[in-house]
Design a protein around this ligand. Sequence first.
Ligand code: SF4
Ligand code: SF4
Length: 109
Amino acid sequence: MAGTKFGFFDANVRSINLDVETPETIEGVLHREPSLLKCIGCGNCAAMCTAGHFTDLRFYRLNLYLKRGLVNEIRKEAQNCMLCGKCQLTCPRGVNIRHAILLMSSIRP
Ligand code: SF4
Ligand code: SF4
């Protein structure tokens, strides 16, 4: 019965391996998350951020760091994000903040 097909097949793996580093660049982050360009720096995201009450994390500042090329500052601050998404609930410009921080975290100098 070699070669008989029963309608089943092995699906391609679609999981994300977070242990594998995918180095990102500043241009790459802006390209992959263009909503960053819509930020008006209102600060709503920082006011809502739980991690920001205990750490230096301020998303609008991360965005400024990104545009100024301050990679070390980005990495230091972005690591405090819990990816909870509360900030996105309050953003008037619809910035995809969690995705942006995830990308920012993988920037390498
Ligand atoms: S809430 Fe949105 S528009 Fe306001 S600073 Fe944060 S990301 Fe920018
Ligand atoms: S996703 Fe990150 S930046 Fe946004 S509220 Fe949660 S901890 Fe703060």
